[in-house]
Design a protein around this ligand. Structure first.
Ligand code: HEM
Length: 249
């Protein structure tokens, strides 16, 4: 049996969390009410409902099954990471003196910080699995062939972007593992002929991984890669919509 002390500690921890979440619930309620109100007002003027119905009311072909959902699952995980990433940005500090401490602060002190960080971490990892299943589905259905070949190429770029997100995000906590993994990872391009060593230098911003590398990885992780991904996703979805989903086997 656990001692009274640890039970009290546990209870006060949960009470503390609930107490903090009251504010959160208030904020969510308020957002719900105000968007509901806004939606009605906007719909009155812009006729959003029928515009949305045109986009969303499209019958799903009979042959579409569970395996066709993995692109959507990947997108859902990407959205999760955009939202949790923005929340992490409220507390993360991208400097070599403060990055590690800010991550510890998020995990231990910020309300639900551990949860937000956990979601960001797991969504990023599970996304790699769902995107691979998505690719396997497309391969076995032959959906990579003309006229969807360009969408396969966009898909490969999206896969590379997901890996780039993983690589740049790994450095951000600025702990021993991230430092050494990046030191090794950033050396890989230097083995490519002619331009390789310049690319490595560009990534690290010098001879070793330091503040410039952290700044650059941060810029790639939170600004450059997300916007490129959003642009390519828009093209990916537009092509799915215009070409229609591939036919039955
Ligand atoms: C961020 C990553 C990705 C997201 C969010 C995404 C999302 C989607 C979605 C929602 C669809 C609709 C049909 C379905 O889900 O099966 C789709 C279709 C497609 N995706 Fe992706 N995708 C991603 C990466 C990839 C990759 C890595 C490839 C291949 C290299 C790829 C190639 C395709 C192709 C060829 C189609 C058309 C399939 C058809 O018409 O049956 N996608 N994608």
């Amino acid at each position: 049996m656990k001692s009274d002390g640890s039970n009290n500690k546990k209870r006060s921890f949960w009470l503390d969390q609930i107490e903090r979440s009251v504010n959160l619930r208030w904020i969510i309620n308020w957002l719900g009410l105000s968007t509901g109100f806004l939606y009605g007002e906007l719909d009155d003027r812009l006729d959003l409902r029928s515009a949305l119905q045109k986009i969303l009311k499209k019958p799903v072909p009979k042959h579409v099954n569970f395996w066709f959902c993995f692109g959507g699952f990947t997108f859902l995980l990407f959205l999760t990471n955009i939202i949790t990433g923005i929340l992490l940005l409220m507390y993360y500090r991208p400097t070599i003196d403060q990055a590690y401490d800010s991550i510890v602060h998020i995990t231990n002190n910020v309300p639900f910080g551990w949860l937000v960080r956990g979601f960001h971490h797991w969504a990023a990892n599970i996304m790699v699995i769902t995107v691979l299943i998505h690719m396997i589905r497309i391969y076995f259905h032959g959906a990579y062939k003309h006229p969807r070949d360009m969408n396969w190429v966009i898909g490969i770029t999206l896969l590379l972007l997901i890996m780039a997100f993983g690589f740049t995000g790994y450095l951000l906590p600025w702990n021993q593992v991230s430092f050494w993994a990046t030191t090794i990872g950033a050396e890989i391009p230097s083995t490519f002929p002619v331009l390789g060593k310049y690319f490595t230098y560009l990534l690290k911003g010098g001879d070793s991984v330091g503040q410039l590398a952290l700044t650059r990885f941060f810029a790639f992780h939170v600004v450059i890669l997300p916007w490129i991904t959003v642009g390519l996703l828009a093209m990916h979805f537009l092509m799915v919509r215009r070409l229609g989903i591939s036919g039955p086997l």
